[in-house]
Design a protein around this ligand. Structure first.
Ligand code: HEC
Ligand code: HEC
Ligand code: HEC
Length: 193
């Protein structure tokens, strides 16, 4: 092999690698870190979210819960739906996704609709050089690129859960539900432009 040929090979190799890295980046999925990770910096949002029904929707899958409502839509009120793959995507966080809900025993922090269901899986955007106490003035546009959803919109809610794949779906009023079912909202303290 000539020296020039070898150089060409290395060059083509480098291009292939960078193309692969690019493609990987486009389709990258982040993993879930759990509510405790958010709680340490967002204690007020955490406490008020913890009182909403969104934090407790996993319990609805237990036998005997909402028996009348279940009967009305043809579900079995005595059945245990807590391991039912039909129900888990909307009653837990990140079911079937990397680092997402697996079971009550293995991933207790991901039961119910928690922070990362509405705000996106946090493995990357919670790193030091993104959203952190060392970098309080992170650029919103930067963290949005690595998985943060902010602010969640009506589409966030309707595409994930509040749609007619839910046995109980009737209608969805974003304005009211945002106030009642997410958490108390505080104005930001820092600049993120
Ligand atoms: C180490 C601290 C820290 C951790 C951990 C953390 N955050 Fe933050 N977060 C911040 C800071 C600082 C801000 C900016 C607050 C401000 O400007 O008042 C922020 C802002 C936000 C915002 C507002 C973004 C916007 O629109 O400007 C959202 C949403 C958010 N965090 C969600 C989360 C979620 C969900 C988690 C857990 C996966 C999390 N955060 C973990 C420090 C943290
Ligand atoms: C596509 C998402 C989705 C799926 C799948 C889903 N749910 Fe739900 N579920 C919801 C939403 C959203 C609500 C809240 C409805 C509302 O208040 O608008 C809800 C509410 C409920 C309630 C409370 C109903 C009431 O009126 O009190 C029960 C019980 C329930 N779900 C059980 C189940 C069971 C059991 C399954 C699986 C057979 C299931 N869900 C599948 C999204 C879903
Ligand atoms: C059911 C969806 C939902 C869940 C669960 C949720 N949020 Fe939010 N969050 C929102 C929405 C919607 C907004 C934007 C509100 C607005 O635009 O007025 C928001 C805004 C925020 C903000 C910006 C400042 C503020 O107070 O509005 C922070 C920080 C935040 N959320 C953190 C969290 C953390 C931490 C958790 C978990 C303890 C969490 N959120 C759980 C829907 C949710």
């Amino acid at each position: 092999m000539t020296k020039l040929f070898l150089i060409k090979l290395v060059f083509i190799g480098a291009i292939t690698l960078s193309v692969q890295a690019q493609e990987k980046n486009d389709s990258v999925t982040y993993s879930y870190v759990g509510t405790k990770a958010c709680k340490k910096c967002h204690i007020k949002q955490y406490k008020s979210w913890n009182k909403t029904k969104m934090s407790k929707v996993y319990d609805l899958l237990k036998p005997g819960e909402r028996a009348e409502a279940k009967k009305k839509v043809g579900l079995d009120p005595e059945k245990d739906y807590t391991k039912d793959t039909e129900c888990l995507p909307c009653h837990t966080t990140g079911y079937g996704k990397p680092g997402g809900f697996v079971s009550f025993e293995e991933t207790p922090e991901l039961v119910g609709v928690n922070c990362e269901m509405c705000h996106g899986a946090g493995s990357e955007y919670t790193k030091d050089h993104y959203m952190s106490l060392k970098n309080k003035e992170y650029k919103l546009s930067e963290v949005l690129k690595v998985g943060l959803i902010s602010p969640p919109t009506v589409e966030t809610c309707t595409s994930l859960c509040h749609n007619n794949k839910s046995p109980f779906f009737k209608s969805f009023d974003f304005a009211t539900r945002k106030d009642e079912d997410t958490h108390k909202h505080l104005p930001s303290k820092y600049n993120h432009k």
